[in-house]
Design a protein around this ligand. Structure first.
Ligand SMILES: *[C@@H]1O[C@H](CO)[C@@H](O)[C@H](O)[C@H]1NC(C)=O
Ligand SMILES: *[C@@H]1O[C@H](CO)[C@@H](O)[C@H](O)[C@H]1NC(C)=O
Ligand SMILES: [Cu+2]
Length: 162
């Protein structure tokens, strides 16, 4: 009975690992957060976003906000009243579908100073590049977690065999 429990725990850990490893949380602007006079296109340039990843917009509310807009509004720096809007100052937006996504700050004059972000989200089935530690701080956490799980699983297996 105990051996079958151990095996189940090991199997579950193995099945869960890919889902955990592939969901990345990106803090937009890193430690600069969501602010004016920042080049978000340069920030996004080297990153590959996948369905299931999350964008985190950090700022002091109500100094800024986040509007999810279309490409036209993005180019013209328009914050449509009917757009999806986030105002908490710690806005976590999960990327649920593939394709182009556009975000901007709706405060007067902010978008035109560069407070706008355009990204392309890829289907999660696409090949996953090796995570770069500079672009994905949470990858470090994931690695530590994976090592922990792997060691735990190994311990359980060895314990069971001996
Ligand atoms: C973009 O959004 C604006 C404002 O919501 C809307 O008026 C316009 O029709 C949209 N354009 C496209 C191409 O969907
Ligand atoms: C993502 O995958 C879905 C389902 O396979 C497909 O319908 C969609 O067109 C894909 N989107 C992109 C941008 O590749
Ligand atoms: Cu702003």
């Amino acid at each position: 009975m105990a051996s079958s429990n151990h095996f189940n725990g090991f199997a579950i850990a193995v099945i869960l690992l890919p889902a955990i490893a592939f969901a990345t949380e990106y803090v937009v602007g890193d430690d600069k957060g969501w602010a004016i006079n920042f080049d978000y296109q340069a920030w996004a340039k080297d990153k590959v976003f996948y369905v299931g990843d999350t964008l985190v917009f950090n700022y002091i509310a109500p100094n800024h906000d986040v509007y999810k807009v279309n490409g036209t509004a993005f180019n013209d720096c328009i914050a449509p009243p009917d757009a999806e809007k986030f105002t908490s100052g710690n806005d976590k937006i999960e990327l649920k579908t593939a394709g182009n996504k556009w975000y901007l700050c709706g405060k007067s004059g902010h978008c035109s100073t560069g407070q706008k972000l355009s990204i392309t989200v890829s289907n999660s089935s696409a090949p996953q590049p090796a995570p770069s530690s500079s672009s994905a701080p949470s990858a470090i956490f994931v690695s530590v977690y994976q090592v922990f799980i792997a060691l735990t699983a190994a311990f359980v297996v060895v314990n069971h065999v001996v």
